[in-house]
Design a protein around this ligand. Structure first.
Ligand SMILES: Cc1cc2nc3c(=O)[nH]c(=O)nc-3n(C[C@H](O)[C@H](O)[C@H](O)COP(=O)(O)OP(=O)(O)OC[C@H]3O[C@@H](n4cnc5c(N)ncnc54)[C@H](O)[C@@H]3O)c2cc1C
Length: 485
């Protein structure tokens, strides 16, 4: 297959997570003569392959409840919080990106379901969403793995596509378009290290190297030293933002790091820094959180709100900064989250207990919560969506089985990154930060970009941004290839 690729006539995609795969797919659809996907790891898929809750889309044919879901844009703006300033032009720029994300979410779901064959028929309501709009499949394969595997397989059936793993991009190659004070670099290719060999590859570049939540001692320590000691769901690997700033790219919101409230603490390796995510859909399908047997928060608040509530509690002492919070799913929630629960049980992260085996405080909490779900009393924390919780609060509950596990907050996602416009072009830093000065020849998509999610990314919106902006970037880069002949 390598022989079919003509160097200099290819779209170069850096990073084989979902953003990179979506970009490669769009570039091929836009008639790029060739697409080379460069991946530093031995296996493709990045953090995307681990995604477990699902991907947002609205309105879609899989959502059941009328009326049409029209609140995705406003939910996203609300979740972004104060990072969206009250005045133009920055407010306009950020809202413009959110509009692209949410307006194109429905076609992103159609693309995955119809063109790639991903099952997205199951919908859950995650924290911060007004309605259920996070899509996943009914089978055993988690959504990230299913999407990545199918998309990659489809790409590999195309002779114009080439994946090179074990290839790390170490530099963007640029030329200067003009001389003088307004001189701007144009990206014309990349330098790639494979083993001891360094080579150059020419072509328009889509940069999709992911975030830096796993770069504990590097970018994370630089921008958020206060997060030292908190475990992570991300693979340990360096952030690549410096490759972009070296050629003048602008960064934004680098201190905006998402703490996911629920990473599993494995009882057999409590001090491991890398944690398995307790997917948000566990709470979406009905799970509750307890500290010393009592609820303390609306479990469907945003990730920021729930994490904040946990971090107000006393931490558990040990080498890591972690908290001892219990996640509890009743039989209805366990069934609704069936394939996830089976997997977590198999990993030893969740276990089953009869209600009668719970301590007295926990039993009281479960009883009162069940009465709130049945609308006999109001929920003390204002939770209004209860997923598939079925316990009713009576004596008959005692013999039923719940699932329990230990969870703690974890660094999970970096909202900051390189600034892009609605075409996925990377913007340059300039003396006037309001100017939109693009760096020609360079696009970016996925978690490497910043500013779309502001203070808090809604669960399910990262896979979505990978598909939406990855496809835009791939299409744009392919058009440059055509323009350049
Ligand atoms: C456990 C877990 C569960 C999640 N669940 C969900 C979910 O359910 N829904 C959701 O929307 N989001 C979820 N997320 C977040 C989401 O998966 C990621 O934010 C998103 O997939 C990032 O995709 P990406 O393509 O930008 O980066 P990644 O998927 O991380 O891919 C980046 C790739 O670039 C490669 N790379 C880096 N530097 C270089 C270089 N210099 N040269 C070549 N290659 C390079 C990396 O090795 C990597 O393979 C989850 C994240 C985690 C960790």
């Amino acid at each position: 297959m390598a022989s079919t690729i003509r160097e200099g006539r290819s779209v170069i995609v850096v990073g084989s997570g979902l953003a990179g795969l979506a970009a490669a797919s769009a570039a091929l659809r836009s008639n790029a003569k060739a697409v080379v996907l460069l991946e530093r790891a031995v296996k493709p898929g990045g953090n995307s392959i681990k995604a477990s809750s699902g991907i947002n889309g609205a309105p879609t044919r899989f959502q059941s409840q009328p009326p049409l879901d029209t609140t995705f844009f406003s939910d996203t703006v609300k979740s972004a919080g104060k990072r969206i300033p009250s005045s133009a032009p920055e407010q306009t720029r950020r809202k413009g990106l959110i509009k692209v994300l949410t307006d194109k979410s429905s076609s992103a779901i159609d693309f995955l379901a119809d063109d790639i064959g991903v099952d997205l028929s199951v919908i859950a309501q995650l924290g911060g969403h007004s309605v259920a709009r996070t899509h996943r499949g009914a089978g055993k394969t988690p959504p990230g793995a299913d999407i990545v595997t199918r998309l990659l397989k489809k790409l590999q059936n195309d002779k114009r596509f080439q994946l090179r793993t074990g290839c790390e991009v170490t530099k963007l190659i640029s030329t200067t378009e003009s001389s003088g004070p307004g001189a701007r670099p144009k990206v014309v290719g990349v330098k790639v290290r494979s083993g001891d060999e360094i080579t150059s590859l020419a072509g328009p570049v889509v940069f999709a190297t992911g975030g830096f939540a796993g770069d504990t001692d590097g970018l994370l320590a630089k921008f958020r030293p206060d997060l030292a000691g908190i475990p992570s769901t991300n693979e340990p690997r360096p952030g690549m933002h410096n490759l972009l700033t070296e050629i003048g790219a602008r960064l934004v919101d680098m201190d905006s790091v998402q703490i996911h409230p629920t990473g599993f603490v494995d009882p057999l390796s409590q001090d491991s820094h890398l944690k398995f995510l307790a997917a948000e859909m566990l709470r979406g399908e009905g799970g509750i959180l307890l500290y010393n047997g009592k609820r303390f928060v609306n479990e469907l608040g945003t990730r920021e709100q729930v994490s904040h509530a946990i971090m107000q509690l006393n931490p558990n002492l040990g080498p890591l900064k972690q908290w001892k919070v219990q996640i509890l799913l009743d039989p209805g929630a366990c069934t609704a989250a069936g394939s996830h629960v089976a997997f977590y049980e198999w990993k030893g992260l969740l276990s089953r207990k009869k209600v009668s085996e719970l301590d007295e405080t926990t039993r009281d909490t479960v009883k009162n919560y069940s009465l709130a779900v049945a609308k006999h009393i109001p929920d003390v924390f204002g939770r209004s969506a209860f997923g598939h919780w079925t316990l009713a609060g009576g004596q008959e509950d005692n013999e039923k089985e719940v699932c329990v596990g230990w969870v703690t907050p974890v660094t999970h996602f970096t909202m900051g990154g390189v600034v892009i416009n609605e075409k996925g072009q990377v913007l340059a830093s300039s003396l006037e930060a309001d100017d939109e000065v693009v760096i020609p020849g360079l696009w970016a998509a996925g978690e490497i970009t910043g500013g779309i999610h502001g203070d808090n990314r809604l669960g399910g919106s990262s896979l979505l941004e990978c598909v939406v902006f990855g496809r835009i970037a791939g299409e744009q880069a392919a058009s440059q290839l055509t323009d350049d002949g």
